[in-house]
Every structure is written in structure tokens, then in C-alpha cells.
Design a protein. Structure first.
Length: 429
């Protein structure tokens, strides 16, 4: 009977293994351990944030390869070509390339639109820049489409003004040198370029009086206030309250980015951006607001509900593996429930079957005893019964619930053996 239970156990294990092998064919492949991110130029704000992401992701045994570019337009182009999987992109640049196959993971922080001009000009509105030399950002940068759009709204075009394509560093240098009249910048207030211009007494910062008109026209723009002395209290920079337009930087990803990588990136973004900054409130970002590309559903769910139970308990790679393998539980449960439910009746049947088989042997021998006339045949049957009796005593083990039938079998064997001995005596007589 031990062999019967072993056979049943082996059969159950075999069925489970076969089920797992079949279910594993439907398990998603594991996520890669490395992706590329497109950023702005080295030393810029985007590149600095990417370095923070890289450090935190390295703690999770994940490699982030940083690819500097000229700016958001080039980042979007590299995303479309597949050269990078994710990229930091400035608001207002989505219309420059096809959005097909790209998704937003989250908006991250405000980037003010800074318009600096030589103080001698003294102007208050963008339309007053007509006929002036204006740095609108280099080709491929996120500054350029925003600057050009805002200027065109005020009928300032290349036909009546001079648009100069310069990097932020070059634009600041030429503005200070008087080679241009005004310059657009879209970057963090912590940028060294912005700080230098704010500290230059010959350069003035434009305050957008019609900020509500711009923000209502463009969903990617909002207005932020730089209060007097907010940048530097000691030097009282700026010298008066300024209202600026602000685009929102977002992390954009290719649509084929592995879902587990999305969760890992969102964990990292929360760590870096949840405390806010000079312009952002605590826990205002990462956010699903101010995005220009369709939101990734996994990212939206994470931002709304937070990490899953697995992600909050286990490290990334363990949580990822468990989450992918959970699909195997469905067919496994479907198989195991009826299997275990039927295993016990099958086990009971196997025990009863063997007991009944032995009873069949007893019945055959018992029915032939009266007809046995050869002593050798009687001794063979007696030896057969003794062997069966020895096997039952030494090798067979049954559950307590079957001990009645087991002992009944042994008593009946003894009874048949006694009849054989009596028949032996009769034949000898």
C-alpha cells in the first residue's frame, strides 16, 4: 500500500510539473537590466536629474545609460528611432514630432520660461521685440518651439525680426556682450546661466503681465511667481516680484517599455521629485497633469494608487519575478483543486482494491480446499498463504481508518490457513 500512495504522489507531482511547464510558456519575459535615457546637454538640469536617477537605479542593480543631446526635440527624435527608451522632455515640444508610439510616464517639475533683455531696452510685452535680435534657442532644443510660438502669437516673426539659434550658454554671453537684444531660456532657476543673468545689473527679466492669456491658450504652460528675494535674499534677487510662464518637464517613454521598468522608474521619480523645489510644492510631482503625450496606464495606476503589495515588500527584481509568475497560479489552482479533491478518494479506492484483490485470492483458495487431494498441492497453497501473511505483517501499512479491514483480512488468512491444515490431515488419514 505504501507503493500505491507513492504512485499517487508521483502522479500528482507530474501533473503539477506539467501544468507549470505549460503555464510558463505564457509568462512575460523578464525586464532588461539596462535602458538608455535621453537628456539635455551635460551640466544642464535634465542631465543632473538623470545622474540622480542613475545612482538610485544602480542600488537596484539596474543600469541607466545617459545620452546627452541638444535638447527635447532631439530627445523625441531619438525616442522615435529607438535610440533611447526614455527621455526627459520639455512641455511644448510634442507638436514638433509624431507622438505615435510615445507615452508620458509623469510630469516632474516646472521649468520657467525666462525672457532676459538688455536693461536699456525697457519693454513690458513680447510684441515690443519686433525688429530686435532675439536668441530663441538652438535647433533641437526645447526652448526653440516655445519661444517661436510665443513670439508668433505676438506677430514677432523672422520676417520682421532676427531669430538667432544659440545654445543657452552662447545666448547668455552674447546678451551680456550686447550682440543680441533679448534671449529666451527654458530651464531651472538653479541653473548657473540663469543665476549669472539675474546677478547682472545690465540685464533685466521680463515679467509676463498677460500670463493668464498664455496659460489658458496652451495646456502645457502655467504661471509661477518668483517673489522678491526668492533667488537670493542677501542680494535681494530678483528686486521685485516677477510672474513667469512655466513649461513642465516630463519623462517620456516608448510604448514598448517593459511594465516592470515603468514601476521601477516611477519609484525612482518619486524619491527624486516628491519633496518639490523652489517652484513646486511638496508631493506635487510626479504627476499626471501637464503631460502632452498619452499617459502610460501602468504609470497612471502607480501615481494614483502607489506601489503594489509585492513592490512595497520585496526588492525590485524579486517583486518583478513574483508578479510575472503569478499567471502560473491560475492554471495551477484550477488543476490542484480537483486533483487534491480526487486524490483522497483515489487513495481510498487503491487501498480497498488491494484488500479486495487479496480477498479474491482467499476466495479462490477457499473454494478449492475441499477438492485438494495431493499433499504437495496443499503444502504449496499453505506456503502461499504464509507468504501472503508475512507480506501483510512486514511490508504493508494502512491508515488507522482501514485497520478494521486490514485485521479482518489477516484473520481470514489465518482461517483459510487453518482449513488447509485440516485438509492436510484428512488427506494423510
Amino acid at each position: 500500500m505504501k507503493c500505491d500512495s507513492c504512485k499517487i504522489g508521483i502522479m500528482i507531482v507530474a501533473v503539477i510539473l506539467l501544468t507549470l511547464i505549460i503555464a510558463y510558456q505564457f509568462v512575460e519575459p523578464p525586464p532588461p537590466d539596462e535602458i538608455r535615457i535621453g537628456t539635455g546637454r551635460e551640466g544642464g538640469g535634465y542631465h543632473g536629474f538623470a545622474l540622480e536617477y542613475q545612482k538610485l537605479l544602480a542600488d537596484e542593480k539596474f543600469q541607466l545609460d545617459i545620452q546627452p543631446t541638444a535638447g527635447s526635440i532631439e530627445v523625441l527624435q531619438r525616442l522615435q528611432s529607438g535610440d533611447v527608451s526614455i527621455g526627459l522632455v520639455q512641455g511644448g515640444t510634442a507638436k514638433t514630432v509624431s507622438t505615435e508610439g510615445l507615452q508620458s510616464l509623469a510630469s516632474l517639475f516646472y521649468e520657467p520660461v525666462w525672457v532676459f533683455y538688455r536693461q536699456a531696452l525697457s519693454f513690458e510685452y513680447l510684441f515690443e521685440l519686433r525688429g530686435k535680435r532675439i536668441a530663441v534657442g538652438e535647433e533641437g532644443s526645447g526652448t526653440r518651439p516655445v519661444a517661436v510660438q510665443l513670439l508668433e502669437d505676438n506677430k514677432v516673426t523672422p520676417d520682421n525680426s532676427t531669430f538667432v539659434a544659440l545654445s543657452s550658454k552662447e545666448a547668455a554671453q552674447q546678451l551680456v556682450a550686447g550682440e543680441i537684444d533679448a534671449a529666451f531660456f527654458v530651464m531651472s532657476p538653479k541653473s548657473s546661466t540663469i543665476l549669472k543673468l539675474l546677478n547682472n545689473p545690465s540685464i533685466e527679466l521680463l515679467s509676463f503681465k498677460r500670463h493668464l492669456a498664455y496659460s489658458s491658450r496652451y495646456s502645457f504652460l502655467t504661471s509661477v511667481q518668483i517673489g522678491e528675494g526668492m533667488i537670493n535674499l542677501e542680494k535681494n534677487i530678483p528686486g521685485q516680484d516677477k510672474i513667469l510662464l512655466a513649461a513642465t518637464a516630463s519623462l517620456v517613454a516608448r510604448q514598448d517599455l517593459h511594465p516592470d521598468i515603468v514601476y521601477l522608474l516611477l519609484q525612482t521619480l518619486v524619491k527624486v521629485h516628491k519633496d518639490g523645489g523652489l517652484l513646486e510644492k511638496k508631493e506635487q510631482f510626479p504627476s499626471t497633469q501637464f503631460v502632452e503625450f498619452p499617459m502610460n496606464q501602468n504609470a497612471a495606476q502607480y501615481l494614483e494608487h502607489g506601489p503594489s503589495w509585492l513592490q512595497s515588500i520585496f526588492p525590485f527584481w524579486i517583486a518583478s519575478a513574483l508578479d510575472r509568475l503569478k499567471i502560473m497560479l491560475i492554471p495551477l489552482i484550477a488543476i490542484l483543486l480537483p486533483l487534491f479533491k480526487g486524490a483522497f478518494p483515489l487513495y481510498r479506492w487503491s487501498i480497498r482494491f488491494k484488500i479486495f484483490r487479496w480477498y479474491g485470492i482467499l476466495r479462490d483458495i477457499d473454494s478449492e480446499i475441499d477438492g485438494l487431494a495431493d499433499l504437495e498441492a496443499i503444502k504449496e497453497e499453505m506456503q502461499r498463504m504464509k507468504s501472503l501473511q508475512k507480506e501483510l505483517i512486514e511490508q504493508v501499512s494502512v491508515p488507522l481508518s482501514y485497520m478494521g479491514e486490514f485485521y479482518g483480512l489477516r484473520m481470514h488468512i489465518q482461517l483459510v490457513l487453518k482449513r488447509l491444515e485440516e485438509r492436510e490431515q484428512e488427506v494423510k488419514a
